[in-house]
Design a binder for this molecule. Structure first.
Ligand SMILES: Cc1cc2nc3c(=O)[nH]c(=O)nc-3n(C[C@H](O)[C@H](O)[C@H](O)COP(=O)(O)O)c2cc1C
Length: 249
């Protein structure tokens, strides 16, 4: 079956880490992307998300530097080289593998978050925070309807927020705007606290979980890390029994 336009956008979206620094993303387009994000599904339609649009260069630098520092710590110190090689084993050429390992252990891979021209940084950085109390504060009309003890409200907020993020990445791709989801600067609680303080996010009620850089790509990227096909990721009725077209009767 042929791919339609939506599926083409989904398949062609790639993580972009090199941006044209002389070409800004106008507010109208950022607005359109945010609006598309808001159409994501959420439990009880709570819409437990808020976005800080970071255009301030100092703030972008601060957040990006956190990403670089954590990457050096995570990949340069905490992860053995053999483990890095194993995880990146899908990279065929030895030279590309070496380059990828080098930019990970030196933190260079995440310089783009800082938004600086020298490293092809993104002009816009979105920071997504989700409502971790999920007691109806996100939507005044639903105040007090959620957060029942024993139910996984906070998890729902993270799930809904992630769906919102993907909506925005796809909307951006459909407009010719590159994006990259990133979390390395929000994986450690010290960073979550520091970034919340920087942006005035009322932590821990609202918790920043993901960022999305936006900008025009320097070069189109159509190839990305390989994907597993439906035959590998889906089962029919029972775990382990492959789902195949025509083989399900
Ligand atoms: C939850 C999550 C966290 C991610 N964290 C980072 C990150 O910290 N830095 C980064 O550059 N990319 C990050 N990515 C992007 C992935 O590396 C990228 O989507 C993946 O390698 C697949 O490549 P593609 O998006 O080009 O298909 C993240 C993606 C997700 C969904």
């Amino acid at each position: 079956m042929e791919d339609n336009e939506t599926i083409e956008v989904i398949k062609n979206r790639r993580a972009i880490r090199d941006y044209q620094t002389s070409k800004d993303v106008p507010d109208e387009l950022v607005h359109k992307i945010l609006e598309a994000g808001g159409y994501a599904p959420s439990a009880e339609n709570q819409q437990p998300w808020r976005i800080v649009v970071v255009r301030d260069k100092e703030k972008q630098r601060f957040i990006g530097q956190r990403a670089v520092n954590r990457t050096i710590e995570l990949f340069g110190r905490a992860t053995p080289r053999e483990e890095l090689e194993r995880r990146l084993s899908y990279i065929q050429s030895k030279a590309s593998l070496e380059r990828t390992i080098d930019i990970l252990i030196t933190g260079k891979r995440f310089e783009y978050i800082k938004g600086e021209p020298e490293t092809n940084g993104a002009p816009v950085l979105l920071v997504l925070a989700v409502d971790q109390t999920h007691v109806g504060n996100s939507q005044p009309t639903l105040r007090g309807t959620g957060g029942v003890y024993g139910w996984s409200g906070p998890r729902h907020a993270v799930i809904a927020g992630s769906m919102m993020m993907e909506n925005m990445a796809l909307a951006a791709a459909s407009l010719g705007i590159g994006s990259c989801v990133s979390s390395v600067q929000l994986d450690h609680f010290d960073d979550v606290g520091a970034i919340s303080e920087l942006l005035g996010i009322p932590f821990p009620h609202w918790v920043p979980i993901l960022c999305l850089t936006l900008g025009y790509p320097i070069a189109e990227r159509t190839l990305g890390p390989p994907r597993q096909g439906p035959e590998e990721i889906a089962f029919l009725d029972t775990w382990g029994k492959p789902f195949t077209v025509g083989g399900n009767k």
